[in-house]
Design a protein around this ligand. Structure first.
Ligand code: PHE
Length: 351
């Protein structure tokens, strides 16, 4: 072989490279065409260098290397053109994207209906000089029963069966333990409310859950009477519903109050006609209340001859159901946004 023949051969290889480049339909095809050329014909001409007379080997090697570089460049250019085309293709697919438009509307979170009424009632009572306190959901027998004038064998315990823990503690059945804790902590006079989660061993239906919310209220001072109690209860319901609500007061038995009352309100789900929520009675128990029993005051280290007071146990969960027209209590613990978002829609409450 002489230098002229070599040049011809290299030109043929270059032409082949050009043809392969045009055929290739993707990056992978380009890569394999390039290796096929370098390992095949280009490697062969490189081997043929030995056949050249020594003084021609230098120029021959240079010619081969130049061609090799050109082929490398040819494929590199082709690859980057393809990549560029890919990007442009992607951009074309999303060509409707307009960066000047506002972002898509995402669903905003909302307050749980119980939280919404809880905050409302808290605001009202704070304005009346009450402190908002909490208490443990895990209680001792003493605070949940004993100190509330419900001794061990008392039948009132049957109405509030609960979940007992292996250490003898229990999940509190009401927020009333907070009464005794508040008396111990603050001493008289006292104005507190204590909202919180309660538990009972219940057969679950449209109006009963094993987990629900109450809001306890306690006012202790000198010369407090039933008149104060009724005035506060009426104010509470009027504020929450924004109008006078039809209520009835019945005698009710709770060992920790004397006298004790059941304050019922006309069912707002059926307008007092009777439905599953009010068990066809047209009324829902919403606000059991009464004058604090002297024994409970004594348990709280307060002298019943000097101080009197009233207490109430607002059914927060029920109140939320009445206020937002939620017919089934089970919705509240279900995570079903169709029911849960109601408070936000109806009250404009914000997080
Ligand atoms: N703790 C009582 C219950 O859950 C309600 C109540 C509270 C009654 C305060 C009277 C006074 O049933």
């Amino acid at each position: 072989m002489d230098l002229n023949q070599l040049e011809e051969q290299l030109a043929r290889i270059k032409a082949e490279a050009e043809a392969l480049r045009q055929e290739a339909d993707g990056i992978d095809a380009l890569r394999s065409a390039e290796t096929r050329l370098t390992k095949g014909p280009l490697a062969d001409v490189l081997k043929s260098i030995k056949a050249f007379p020594p003084d021609q080997r230098g120029p021959a090697g240079q010619a081969i290397n130049k061609t090799k570089q050109e082929i490398k460049q040819l494929f590199a250019d082709a690859q980057s053109r393809l990549r560029q085309a890919d990007v442009v293709g992607e951009q074309k697919k999303t060509a409707t994207f307009d960066p000047t438009l506002p972002p898509p509307i995402t669903q905003r979170g909302s307050l749980h209906p119980v939280t919404a009424v809880q905050r409302e009632v808290e605001r009202l009572f704070r304005g009346l000089g009450f402190a908002v306190v909490g208490g443990p959901e895990m209680e001792t027998d003493f605070y949940n029963f004993e100190a509330l004038n419900i001794p061990e064998m008392h039948p009132a315990r049957d109405a509030q069966d609960t979940f007992w823990l292996t250490n003898g503690w229990l999940l509190r059945t009401h927020t009333s333990p907070c009464q005794v804790r508040a008396m111990e902590r603050f001493g008289p006079p006292i104005r507190v409310i204590a909202p919180g989660r309660c538990f009972r061993y219940e057969a679950i239906d449209a109006s009963h859950e094993n987990t629900f919310f109450q809001l306890e209220g306690l006012l202790i001072d000198k010369d407090i009477s039933i008149a104060h109690l009724i005035a506060f209860m009426k104010l509470l319901l009027r504020e929450v519903f924004g109008r006078d609500v039809k209520v009835r007061l019945r005698p009710g038995f709770f060992p920790f109050v004397e006298p004790g009352f059941e304050l019922d309100m006309s069912c707002m789900i059926c307008d007092g006609v009777g439905c599953a929520t009010c068990k066809k009675s047209g009324w829902v128990e919403i606000l059991p209340c009464g004058m604090v029993h002297p024994n409970v005051l004594r348990y709280g280290k307060i002298d019943p001859h000097e101080y009197t007071g009233f207490a109430f146990g607002l059914g927060l969960t029920r109140l939320a159901m009445m206020k937002y027209g939620i017919a089934d209590i089970r919705i509240l613990n279900s995570g079903d946004l169709r029911g849960l978002a109601k408070a936000d829609r109806l009250s404009g409450a914000t997080i």
